[in-house]
Design a protein around this ligand. Structure first.
Ligand SMILES: NC(=O)c1ccc[n+]([C@@H]2O[C@H](COP(=O)([O-])OP(=O)(O)OC[C@H]3O[C@@H](n4cnc5c(N)ncnc54)[C@H](O)[C@@H]3O)[C@@H](O)[C@H]2O)c1
Length: 277
């Protein structure tokens, strides 16, 4: 019997990451679960094993290039390769654009953007050297396709993940690689993302103020979301099989993207009206 394919999931200790790890287990894959929280990670490992899959748990702070490099090394030592990589770990801060502190920026960009970049830097060269088909899913957000007040730092990080993923897909295509790329863009889903501060490093503790109204909007959005973390994970796995790039599980995201695109094109037409006539 051929050995099972291998999936690596960062941020696997909770929410969408845990659901992705379990979805990969259901695909018959062996799972490398990575997270900064070791207790939550151990719970995910037990759940994945209970689902009948082999699972290695690895503590990893994705904002650290050295940690992510060790994750890749450990994955290759464990099973000799990785078929699917989910760069999923992420954190959020809320507040006005002008209240965000330097620590807010360093923390959120370090995890959400550099975490994805470190994953690509450590895994893609190894995947290319191995030469077998592989797939990378970067978790961005609907906040990477549209924008919302009170989320400047988070939206900036997620727009960067979408742009970075688009460039990654182009770079891989240009070198004729068989590595596929998808970018996962859910809107609000009930997880512990609104408790992100639990993982904030002491060295980046100076947080900007968060208005209660922003927190309430997120809480209410999560509570009323008809889409679960499991739905998001299922959509991601389906997209890998279909080799679809944009994974947008919430139907309403389409209206936000259209609204933003129309505003961009409206201003474009205003400036270029004379040339267009
Ligand atoms: N929940 C939502 O509404 C939503 C919507 C769109 C996108 N997302 C994105 O989904 C991803 C998963 O978030 P979630 O909603 O499941 O939240 P969550 O808080 O439930 O899970 C995030 C996981 O990432 C881990 N993590 C945090 N910092 C880390 C670090 N430096 N290194 C490694 N792991 C770290 C946490 O310990 C946690 O287990 C994030 O990228 C988030 O931005 C979430």
């Amino acid at each position: 019997m051929p050995s099972p394919k291998v999936a690596v999931v960062t941020g696997a200790g909770s929410g969408i990451g845990r659901a992705l790890a379990l979805a990969c287990a259901r695909e018959g894959m062996a799972v490398v679960a990575a997270d900064i929280e070791t207790e939550a990670l151990a719970q995910t490992q037990a759940l994945v094993k209970a689902a009948g899959a082999d699972c290695m748990a690895q503590r990893c702070d994705v904002s650290s290039a050295a940690d992510v490099e060790q994750l890749a090394e450990a994955s290759w030592r464990w099973r000799g390769g990785v078929d699917w990589l989910f760069n999923n770990a992420g954190v959020a801060v809320l507040g006005t654009a002008w209240d965000a502190t330097e620590d807010d920026w360093r923390w959120v960009l370090g995890v959400n953007l550099m975490g994805v970049a470190h994953g690509v830097r450590s895994f893609v060269p190894r995947m290319r050297a191995r030469g077998t088909p592989a797939h990378i899913v970067n978790t961005a957000s609907a906040a990477g396709l549209a924008t919302v007040g009170g989320s400047a730092v988070y939206c900036a990080s997620k727009h960067a993940v979408v742009a970075y993923s688009e460039c990654l897909a182009k770079d891989l295509e240009q070198v004729g690689s068989s590595i596929g790329v998808s970018v996962l863009c859910p809107s609000l889903v009930a997880t512990r993302i609104n408790e992100s501060q639990r993982n904030r490093p002491a060295a980046l503790a100076a947080a900007g103020p968060t208005a209660a109204a922003y927190e309430e909007r997120v809480r209410a959005g999560m509570a009323s979301s008809a889409v679960s973390a499991e739905d998001v994970a299922r959509a991601a796995v389906e997209a890998i099989h279909a080799r679809r790039f944009y994974v947008i599980p919430h139907a309403r995201t389409g209206a936000s993207v259209q609204d933003r695109s129309q505003k961009i094109m409206g201003d474009f037409h205003d400036i270029h009206q004379e040339n267009l006539q």
